[in-house]
Design a protein around this ligand. Sequence first.
Ligand code: ADP
Ligand code: MG
Length: 256
Amino acid sequence: MAKIFCIANQKGGVGKTTTTVNLAAGLALVGQRVLLVDLDPQGNATMGSGIDKRQLALTVYDVLLESASIMEAAIFADKCGYHVVGANRELAGAEVELVDLEHRDQRLKLALAQVQDNFDFVLIDCPPSLSMLTLNGLCSAHGVIVPMQCEYFALEGLTDLVNTIKQVHANLNRDLKIIGLLRVMFDPRITLQQQVSEQLKAHFGDKVFNTVIPRNVRLAEAPSYGLPGVVFDPPAKGSQAFVAFARELVERIPTM
Ligand code: ADP
Ligand code: MG
């Protein structure tokens, strides 16, 4: 049965999409069957997997409105080794259209139930807000992976997310929990980052993943080639860190 994880953080630009595409590629590299679901109308995870969001016949929008199944909308990103249900600007309209529909927050969950056996992992790239789209992600997931930068206000931002997850857990999805916090764009030369990193570990204990993703320009360059860094430049430090993270996640599954 597929493990379904949301990559979420209410802040924009913290590394959600970079984490989603590189974790997907890393998991594929270690032999896992992976589906990436792009829930952000910006479509960055779609483009970053080498799929042109402007050329899509079917997207996650069609899945949410039940005019396509996951497998009908999924495209195999052959260079990356995983399947993608893509997104583009059309998805922004789903927010309004879903409001009047039944089970509006459960639509992705119902669609994913049909592909439970086709994948080992489903990774959902969430937009930076608590919208109906993010709610669909959180309702369908077993857990949340939270990428975060070790900055001064990082812990404060986390409080909101933790509260949101608690509410969804209490009211909508009893399975939902925080799988772990992933430290990203880490620069060990910056003392403040080390301090925040220590605070995170003190606060959240083993909810903080052991793997740390360094700041690495190759990870930032890769999307313009339509590839995750893991595929674009495998020896790069950032790419290696994401493969290590994929391994760590696979090892953690039995204990979840
Ligand atoms: P989000 O999806 O949370 O908005 P992104 O994954 O798009 O965030 O990342 C924001 C920016 O930071 C992008 O330009 C991305 O290439 C860059 N970036 C993300 N992770 C790293 C990293 N580890 N090292 C260097 N740049 C990074
Ligand atoms: Mg993003």
